[in-house]
Design a protein around this ligand. Sequence first.
Ligand code: FE
Length: 281
Amino acid sequence: MSSSIRTPETLPESSDAGRTLAGTTLARAALPYAVGALEPAMSVETVVFHHSLHQRGCLEHAAALARGTELDSLSLEQLIQATARAPRHRTLYHYAAETWNHEFFWQSMRPGGGAAPRGLIAECIRRQFGAYDAFCHAVQDVAAALLGNGWLWVTWSNGKLQILTTANADCPLARGHTPLLALDLWEHAYYLDHQNRRASYVATFLEELADWESVDTRLAARLAATPAYAVHSARNPASYSYPSSGVMHHAPAAVPAEHSGARRNPQAAGTGDSRGIHRIQ
Ligand code: FE
């Protein structure tokens, strides 16, 4: 066997984490846990190839395109905002957004994660979807409806949770959403562990990986920054009062039993349905 074949053991991992790429302010983010910490839900092979090759490549492309330009002092988030609507920077936007998406994806998981959330996010899911199971069905429907590569997001926008997908590297930050949870739907994210079974990958993410505590923290911070919301305690959903004119106030108390809305029209293109299910393409 050729010694040039790369395995997880021979790939670079976090040795250069935090080191700024020359001529920019961009740096490679370390994983928030050990490379094998998500096993058996996500294999060490998947994590290392994904983080060491795909994500690293996106960051290096972004740095190469920003270097020597008026954009070379910007952070990743600033690069996304500066290039999202600039056709001449389309490729730079692609790589900057894809790097940020990946960093957020790793922060959306934790060892021993998954299962039903608690706290504020659980209360928001109950109000909009009726039950966590209905929310999971909606996530599966939206993920299945994405043709090709992209991302599934749970965001906060327009006063409610949104489940949406973005194509390729597109990032909801550039569209005014507050991302709460990210799921990479590119095949490289799951092919080693699940082959072409995207639904199996999504189910594993929901049941064993999703970090709902971090989602709860992000949501609490987002609402605390919104004057219209009276936030009395970030850990006591019952103490949140939603504005009388807010979407949450008008959200249905329960989802139809057959959860038929998302199945009939999982794309709900453009504006999203009453529960915040839509996609951005
Ligand atoms: Fe990826």
